[in-house]
Ligand binder design. Structure first.
Ligand code: FAD
Length: 383
């Protein structure tokens, strides 16, 4: 991709912030399990959040491809912190397209400034892949909806300031047609949340959100009643491309560190860079990561041109985390026994990217989406 001056400047800003402020404390931050809100404010001040949003809500009026450049750069320094700009892009896009103007004006500028964190609540205890089969209930009561049920496996569950929630407003067997989306501020009475003890990305506080008779004004509905799936879910095509670039950033960090090591470490009286058994796997990793990066920017360019990109996004969503995991694993092995300690970051990067082999839809579901795009709904009627 040939970068414009604006894109190059933002990429440089993101790169400096990521390498100077994020990378040195990547593992310490994760050990603490704390999402440092000051970092989010700093990303807001630097213009790294919601760059594709219009200036009237605090964005820079740029494009999705620029958001992708930032996702990769931030993830290079800290994959887990990069969940925030990516989540902001996804959730702000959903609000911009589906929320009432008052909600947009109150929330989106705060998200872009790094002051408000919004989570997206789709998965329920009975399962995430069969997402249209959800049970969390929204019942009309005068000027409100009353929400009851549990969402689980929600990124930022215990630390979000607001939730985009998918609920059933139709009959229990109404499938995708009976689902409506809502925006619910986290301080509404009746909300409780918990965090899980995850193997990675602990600063994201993945967990459950419980809704017990939570009253939501009618104007907090996103899109039309019963259209939560068809209108609001389209946003996921965007986040899937950005997720691939997060994975590319993390893998590139490990690759760069591994290449340096091949020049320093000696075996059999020479740098291990002289052994093709060492360099060829890294060269393969560079090749795979470069291919995913190119597909991701191609996909974001399709989005910027308002062209369909559902299949490309699904391809990226399964290949990105899996390839990054494999490449980082190879980098870990390049460091020999040092790679097996927690002093080096590769083990943590592997754990972190692995989460997104599941989050936002598993590889199996992504391949079903690709098949549906190619041979039509008849092939996957249950999706
Ligand atoms: C790190 C992380 C972050 C997450 N963040 C969020 C979030 O912010 N919000 C949110 O709502 N959810 C989130 N999730 C939940 C995630 O979207 C679900 O875990 C995912 O959709 C899979 O659902 P499940 O875990 O219930 O697995 P299940 O649906 O129970 O599936 C179990 C296994 O069966 C496979 N499978 C199921 N059906 C099919 C099929 N038809 N064909 C082939 N294979 C199939 C799946 O691929 C999986 O391997 C997150 C999960 C993780 C791990």
């Amino acid at each position: 991709m040939v970068l414009s001056d604006d894109q190059r400047a933002l990429q440089e800003t993101a790169r400096r912030f990521s390498r100077e402020q994020l990378l040195p404390l990547y593992q310490k931050r994760e050990e603490s399990g704390v999402l440092d809100r000051e970092l989010l404010l700093e990303m807001g001040r630097l213009g790294l959040m919601g760059v594709e949003l219009p200036e009237r809500v605090g964005g820079l009026g740029l494009d999705a491809a620029t958001a992708g450049l930032i996702a990769e750069e931030v993830a290079y320094g800290d994959f887990n912190v990069s969940l925030v700009p990516v989540g902001t892009s996804l959730n702000a896009a959903i609000l911009m397209r589906n929320a009432q103007p008052e909600i947009i004006d109150e929330w989106v500028p705060r998200m872009v400034r790094g002051e408000a964190l919004v989570a997206i609540c789709l998965t329920e205890p009975r399962g995430g892949s069969d997402a249209a089969n959800l049970q969390l209930r929204a019942r009309r009561d005068g000027g409100h909806y009353v929400i009851n049920g549990e969402k689980t496996s929600i990124t930022f569950a215990d630390r979000a300031d607001g939730y985009i929630v998918f609920a059933r407003t139709g009959a229990p067997d109404s499938g995708a047609k009976g689902i409506t989306a809502f925006f619910i501020p986290a301080d509404r009475p009746g909300i409780q949340r918990t965090a899980f003890n995850d193997v990675g990305s602990r600063i994201a506080g993945r967990g459950s959100v419980f809704f017990d008779d939570v009253r939501v004004p009618l104007d907090h509905r996103l899109g039309d009643e019963g259209k939560g799936f068809t209108q609001v879910m389209q946003g996921f095509d965007y986040s899937r491309a950005l997720i691939a670039l997060q994975c590319v950033g993390a893998a590139q960090a490990s690759l760069d560190e591994a290449w340096s090591y091949t020049k320093e470490r000696e075996a059999f009286g020479r740098p291990i860079a002289q052994f093709q058994g060492v360099t060829f796997p890294l060269a393969e990793g560079e090749s795979h990561i470069a291919a995913i990066r190119q597909l991701a920017f191609h996909t974001l360019a399709l989005r910027d041109a308002n062209l369909p990109h559902t299949a490309e996004s699904a391809m990226l969503k399964w290949m990105g985390p899996k390839t990054a995991f494999d490449v980082i694993h190879q980098c870990l092995l390049t460091f020999g026994h040092y790679g097996w300690t927690k002093d080096l970051p590769h083990q943590q990067r592997m754990r972190d990217v692995m989460g997104l082999e599941i989050g936002d839809g598993t590889a199996g579901v992504m391949k079903l989406i690709i098949a549906r795009e190619r041979v039509g709904r008849a092939a996957v009627q249950y999706l």
